[in-house]
Design a protein around this ligand. Structure first.
Ligand SMILES: CC(C)(COP(=O)(O)OP(=O)(O)OC[C@H]1O[C@@H](n2cnc3c(N)ncnc32)[C@H](O)[C@@H]1OP(=O)(O)O)[C@@H](O)C(=O)NCCC(=O)NCCS
Length: 214
């Protein structure tokens, strides 16, 4: 097995200021140390009565990583990236295909450490995974959502050409969620894929249900 690695871990994305690599077990301690307190967490994730809020947030991150790679299938996958700037970890970016072979629609979510926000890095890391989705993974569309007062998250979406579609109400908090969508044609017209360098995807294509020779 010398030289072998899980195919997803060869995927690497680069933008003007960022380097995105598929998360590994070795990234988890630094990501846990940097995890921001203001990150909206999945209300359906497992939490533990004996742990405080910070420890539970870390548990959600770590179990989310294991769940993503452990339950992977071409029909329902979640690809987590660790994001570095100048060699330092600054955040995480997820790309997801929850009904991939049926609708070829990619969802995403992300966070940055507070000092890295507001400098255009959120837009760069989303553009990086969109270039992967609409490029070698052949997505038809991308969607995203955020609570209506999350200006930076919706700002990233709107800056990249997503359009508002509909709103829904979160059952657990009563907050209003804005849903947005980006079609392949709008992404291609934007020319933003040119700023992203993608490497190492070919060996992983079968995991997305794509014949590598097609
Ligand atoms: C969401 C997040 C990743 C965005 O990254 P960021 O680096 O702060 O965002 P950027 O600097 O790339 O800004 C992207 C766009 O949003 C706009 N924007 C930023 N804040 C905004 C606000 N409060 N209202 C409206 N637009 C805003 C920017 O002007 C920019 O648009 P432009 O390129 O047209 O100027 C980051 O803020 C974060 O980690 N937030 C906490 C975690 C979180 O909420 N994650 C999303 C969960 S759904």
């Amino acid at each position: 097995m010398e030289g072998w690695s899980w195919p997803l871990h060869g995927i690497r994305l680069r933008t003007a200021d960022l380097d995105l690599q598929v998360m590994t077990e070795a990234d988890l301690p630094s990501l846990c140390a940097l995890l921001p307190d203001d990150l909206p967490m999945n209300p359906h994730a497992t939490t533990y009565a004996g742990l405080d809020d910070r420890a539970n947030r870390r548990a959600v991150l770590v179990q989310g990583y294991w769940r993503a790679l452990g339950l992977w299938s071409p029909d329902d996958w979640a690809l987590p990236f660790v994001v570095r700037s100048g060699g330092e970890v600054v955040g995480a970016q997820w790309l997801e295909g929850p009904d991939w072979r049926a609708d070829r629609t990619a969802d995403s979510s992300s966070w940055l450490v507070a000092p890295a926000r507001g400098r255009g890095l959120g837009k760069q890391m989303r553009a990086a995974v969109l270039a992967l989705a609409f490029g070698p993974l052949r997505a038809d569309a991308a969607v995203s959502s955020a609570v209506v007062d999350n200006g930076p998250s919706l700002g990233v979406s709107r800056a990249l050409g997503y359009r508002d579609t509909h709103r829904s109400v979160l059952e657990h908090s009563g907050e209003t969620l804005q849903h947005v969508r980006l079609e392949r044609a709008a992404w291609e017209r934007s020319g933003q894929a040119h700023d992203v360098v993608i490497a190492g995807v070919s060996p992983a294509l079968p995991l997305f249900g794509i014949d590598g020779d097609a």
